[in-house]
Structure formats: C-alpha cells, structure tokens
Write a new protein. Structure first.
Length: 88
C-alpha cells in the first residue's frame, strides 16, 4: 500500500471515529477522497484547475474541522502532505 493510500485509509478511520460532522464537511471530505482514489486507480496524470486542487480543498476542510475534530483535521493534513509528495 502506498503512503497516499495508507493516509486515505487513516482519514477514513478518523471519519468513522469522529463525532458528528457538519453534513457539508463530511460530504466534501468523502467526495475529495473518492476523487483522489479515482486518480490513483487510473494511475495517470490528470490536469486539474489549480483552484480546485484536492490539496487546497482538503486544507480548507482541515482548518474548519480543527477546533471540533482535531483527529480528523490531523488526518486531513497528513493526506494533504501525502498528496503533495505524490505530485497531486
């Protein structure tokens, strides 16, 4: 399992253990994780709009979640780091 896939798994565990999240935050995280998994499955370079890059979307989510769900926010930030290392 790659570091990025391991980090995605860790975020899934944190989301499962987290208390109630705002529905919009949970939907955003799950959608972004799904998109990242699709990119990994295709195993090809995907051009994206820099304004909508997964790392930026996730970083915004981490900031919003920091106070109420620090474990989820930490897992999100680890995913952002893994994405950067993978060039996504």
């Amino acid at each position: 399992m790659s570091d990025l896939q391991h980090t995605l798994s860790e975020l899934r565990r944190e989301l499962g253990a987290a208390g109630p999240l705002a529905p919009a935050d949970r939907a955003l995280l799950e959608s972004t994780m799904h998109d990242i998994q699709q990119i990994l499955a295709r195993d090809s370079a995907v051009e994206t709009d820099p304004a909508a890059a997964p790392g930026e979307v996730l970083e915004g989510a981490a900031v919003r979640l920091e106070a109420e769900h620090p474990g989820v926010a930490g897992a999100v930030r680890a995913l952002v780091d893994a994405l950067a290392k993978a060039g996504i």
